[in-house]
Design a protein around this ligand. Structure first.
Ligand SMILES: Cc1cc2nc3c(=O)[nH]c(=O)nc-3n(C[C@H](O)[C@H](O)[C@H](O)COP(=O)(O)OP(=O)(O)OC[C@H]3O[C@@H](n4cnc5c(N)ncnc54)[C@H](O)[C@@H]3O)c2cc1C
Ligand code: FES
Length: 369
């Protein structure tokens, strides 16, 4: 298997809004980097205490069609370590270490497809949606895209000019509906005021006959509250759950406690040692042809224990959101502090996220990759 790590050159930086910028990259040999629209890149930066390397996930705002370039768009988070470091220090000509694109919040384009794609996003949640939007418009000439995009005001819209240009270029195939919570200018066409909530979304979607709820495909990315409102609106419209995909950038305030009982005949707790409690236990990880056995204490996640031993497992967000650390539990039981990144189907198949995982039994074996 090829290394998941890459070095990329920063070839351009575009200021999108006062607090967001797009960083454009290329490989030094200008070869394309394999990716799907909507996936994310993991930036690895020496900006932690004492130069410690920090990782953060940033969705691609570019599409594979823009190769050899690829881009991420970073919005400043008040007090945030990496977003401020990136926006304040990264310059054209610099080289950055990254982990190659990953993620399931993606769309595979099909040139013959004739489908309706509805994208609902707010703030920096626009980034993967922009990648998907550009890919569909470029590569699926018979498909239509509706973007419902929430922002505080007109000045905080990332990609505003690009979206206007795309609406003209792909007239009839792209519709953009802006929703402003605190607009600075008067009402204009394609504009809704107030929060991007269930009522607003229902009002917008009910007028769009080109996007029939039962058939359209929905991609949601934004703050937790917005996605909950959107999900509720789509349920009311009778959209099948399988047609709705979502991506979170931030862990929900209240950690979802999700004990993942694994299949493979190991679901039953049988011995005193296998009492389903989070205590110090050994786990086995199979990764890239090697087997690692190590101890995980109750204070550690499985990933933290591995990293403390310099076992180089793949990871990005360390919050159970991005799935970079996803593995399949071949035996035993694992408790997950958070399961946002995993679908119900993945949970049923025994997938776990080692960055938020704790062994519940002494026979845990996880295969990563
Ligand atoms: C799959 C995935 C894709 C992502 N894509 C993008 C992207 O395209 N563009 C982008 O700008 N960010 C994106 N993020 C978020 C990004 O990875 C970082 O979390 C973000 O830049 C904050 O990092 P930081 O080091 O500046 O803040 P930290 O130092 O990690 O956090 C500081 C504080 O801010 C809070 N916080 C963290 N992120 C946010 C946020 N987004 N909004 C509000 N509060 C927050 C934290 O809970 C913490 O309390 C993505 C995250 C994931 C998991
Ligand atoms: S590192 Fe992101 S889900 Fe585990």
């Amino acid at each position: 298997m090829s290394s998941p790590y890459l070095t990329l050159n920063v070839v351009e930086i575009t200021q999108e809004t006062p607090d967001a910028a797009t960083i454009h990259f290329e490989r030094p040999d200008r070869q394309p980097v394999a990716c799907q629209p909507g996936q994310f890149l993991t930036l690895i930066l020496p900006c932690g205490p004492g130069g410690k390397k920090e990782r953060r996930a940033y969705s691609l705002s570019s599409t594979p069609g823009e190769a050899p370039r690829l881009a991420v768009t970073v919005k400043r988070v008040s007090g945030g370590l990496v977003s401020n470091y990136l926006l304040d220090t990264v310059r054209v000509g610099q080289q950055l270490e990254v982990m190659a694109p990953l993620g399931n919040f993606s769309l595979q384009t099909q040139p013959q497809a004739s489908r309706s794609i509805v994208l609902v996003g707010a703030g920096s949640g626009i980034t993967p949606l922009m990648s998907i939007l550009k890919a569909v418009l470029r590569e699926e000439p018979r498909s239509h895209v509706l973007l419902v995009y929430g922002n505080r005001n007109e000045e905080s819209v990332i990609f505003g000019a690009q979206l206007r240009q795309l609406e003209q270029q792909y007239a009839g195939r792209l519709q953009v509906e802006h929703v402003y919570s605190q607009p600075t200018h008067g009402p204009a066409a394609h504009q809704h005021t107030g929060r991007l909530n269930r009522t607003t979304l229902l009002r917008i979607l009910e007028q769009r006959h080109q996007f029939p709820p039962a058939q359209a495909e929905y991609f949601l990315c934004g703050p937790e509250g917005m996605m909950a409102e959107a999900k509720s609106a789509l349920e009311l419209l009778g959209v099948p759950a399988a047609n709705i995909r979502r991506e979170s950038f931030v862990a929900a305030a209240e950690t979802m406690e999700a004990a993942a009982a694994q299949p493979n005949g190991h679901g039953d707790v049988s011995s005193a040692d296998d009492d389903g409690q989070i205590v110090t236990r050994n786990v086995t990880i199979n990764y890239e042809g090697s087997e690692y056995q190590f101890e995980v204490t109750p204070a550690q996640t499985i990933l933290e224990a591995a990293l403390d031993l310099d076992i180089d497992l793949p990871y990005s967000c360390q919050a159970g959101l991005c799935t970079a650390c996803r593995g399949k539990c071949l035996s035993g039981k694992v408790h997950l502090d958070e399961r946002e990144g995993l679908s119900d189907a993945e949970m049923k198949q025994g997938y776990v996220l080692v960055c938020v995982g704790h062994p519940l039994t002494s026979d845990v074996v996880i295969e990563i990759g």
